[in-house]
Design a protein around this ligand. Sequence first.
Ligand code: GLU
Length: 280
Amino acid sequence: MTFVTRFAPSPTGLLHRGHAFSALTAFAAAREVGGRFLLRIEDIDATRCRPDYDAAIGEDLAWLGLAWETPVRRQSRHLAEYHAAIETLRERGLVYRCFKTRKEIDIGRAPHEPAAPYVGAPLAADEEAERLARGEPFAWRLSLAAARAALDGFEGLTFVEEGAGPDGETGLIQARPETAGDIVLARKDVGVAYHLAVVHDDALQGVTHVIRGRDLFEAAHIQRLLQALLDLPTPTYRHHGLLVGPDGKRYAKRDKAQTLRELRTAGVSAGELRAELGFP
Ligand code: GLU
């Protein structure tokens, strides 16, 4: 049996316990079945990613006792491949230019209301040409309507969940890409959006099992649609529970959760941390 999984962090900060748990979960799953474990650096968002965080990821994971195949794929070096994928979608009329700003989209939304999924449509050709000529920034959005027509509905979009989603979803799952609206596939400042690069790379690298935190379960619904549109295989998904801290809240970069680096400096050994997280 072929089993290929990956840990795919974005170098936007130092790794914390939650990342260690996720990486160890994927690594142990590969080990268990004699499969392959990859590390992929998802650094396409140049506005948020930093090379020093990238370097720290390798050091921290090695300290933790993980080993991965080389060379490590860094998404920032493959932007042309992602643009080519967007281009194939464009040629098939599946994406459109959206000139709306977040502010314009959110007009009328009360501050406490969650942002509604946006569904739009291409502009009339003359208006679009005018705005392009004025140099107005735009994003490429995936058209749910065009995608639905191309696939004859979304009923055929299913995936297998071997872990569980936030509401216990498991087994054969019917994808609901429509809940996300017309997602942005590329922006002026961030040339490629996360979903497209993930789907492209998982297929390219032959990933058979996507093992990652439950917070990314919703992403699988959108990624399943992109796989269908780009004619790529669908991996098996295994979303794992999120590690919670002593306060019952999940660890996250933004809360300044204790980093692996801090733990190491404080004298915690890799073996102790692994044991705390439930790994030998
Ligand atoms: N790069 C994503 C993150 O840091 C994870 C992508 C994935 O595992 O599919 O949250």
